[in-house]
Design a binder for this molecule. Sequence first.
Ligand SMILES: Cc1cc2nc3c(=O)[nH]c(=O)nc-3n(C[C@H](O)[C@H](O)[C@H](O)COP(=O)(O)O)c2cc1C
Length: 408
Amino acid sequence: MNIVLGITGGIAAYKAPDLVRRLRERDADVQIVMTASAEEFVTETALQAVSGRPIRSNLWDKEAERAMSHIELARWADLVLIAPATAEVMARLVSGAAPDLLSTICLATEAPIAIAPAMNHVMWNNQATQANRATLEERGIRILGPGVGSQACGETGAGRMLEPDAIAAAAFDIAGSQDERLLDGKKVVITAGPTREPIDPVRYITNRSSGKMGYAMARAAAAQGAEVVLVSGPVNLEEPAGVEVTHVGTAHEMYEATHTAIENADIFIAAAAVADYRPADIKEQKIKKTEESMRIDLVRCPDILASVAALEAGPYTVGFAAETEKVDDYAKGKLRKKKLDMIIANRVGDDCGFDRDDNTVSVFWSDGEERFPQAQKALLARDLIALVAHRYYAVRGADSKDNVIAIH
Ligand SMILES: Cc1cc2nc3c(=O)[nH]c(=O)nc-3n(C[C@H](O)[C@H](O)[C@H](O)COP(=O)(O)O)c2cc1C
């Protein structure tokens, strides 16, 4: 994938080398185009070193093919991504002004454009910036973030650039979604993250799931054209663009939200780490430290995955198995016992699985299996969604898509 990465003059430009690295890890060719102000924040040398290409910043570039680097790069790009995007460049894009190489490329390209705004929260909330944001969105420019949090100016609010990995994942989703999509017209429900089972008003039982795999699956399914409902336990992740997210706390709430969402769903993917047990009795007041030892009686939580798999005319159902040992055996057992269509198994422990950006999985279905070597969760999710789509059409068949087989 060819990405023109526009870097403009905001403090967050210091994160640009990391963003380039994340894009290149996903096999993108990255051509950086800097504005004059960006050069105040990050050096050309650093960016050339990580991108492996000379930096372009001059509209009047005699080296370029026919001296028109704006046209050459506008045609070359599969995606134009501006990160960080200043308030100023947003205004330039709205006005159609093209005084520099980056804004001229944006006018001349037919590739999708995505921007990751980054600025002080007052600048972001300024009526002019918000009007510009709305106009750009209306014109189909994808706005990534910004996030909320502490800012370089020492204040807190909306305006932080999204983290490089989230921008890279979104960039690939946007560029990938230009192709014919495997799940156009399909509804996919995905659960993600842990659940929290309260003990008293201040304590709960939970697990180490970060939700990253489920969120990556939701992004990948949306990029393939699916209508995606993500039922999410408590996580610290950006909501994926174009996905309906329902936030829940307990296993019981996740059960209810899943069964509400599942109506008319074609595919269900259970990536959440749902508690197996919850405290039988939730104390109304904080438990005081009195005895040397104490007992908490636990009772079973509802089995969301099995309940969906048991639905008559239910969706194609995919489970996840996170195991610390005998991964294949346990996963195949779960596939049979819960009557799933597919199971995605991974080993979890201190060195793998939870709260990491990569994963290694094995996938099993009744008469087949496939192994996926270690890869970034975003890339893995893309391949897993392609496999799920392939198996879904193979089993549920009527409107089978030929291209699914070609892709996987
Ligand atoms: C130290 C410093 C930090 C700045 N940080 C930001 C920023 O984070 N976001 C922003 O929109 N503008 C920021 N600006 C203002 C832009 O650099 C200015 O509007 C400039 O004209 C942007 O040009 P460009 O969009 O062509 O890069 C900053 C200016 C200075 C001096």
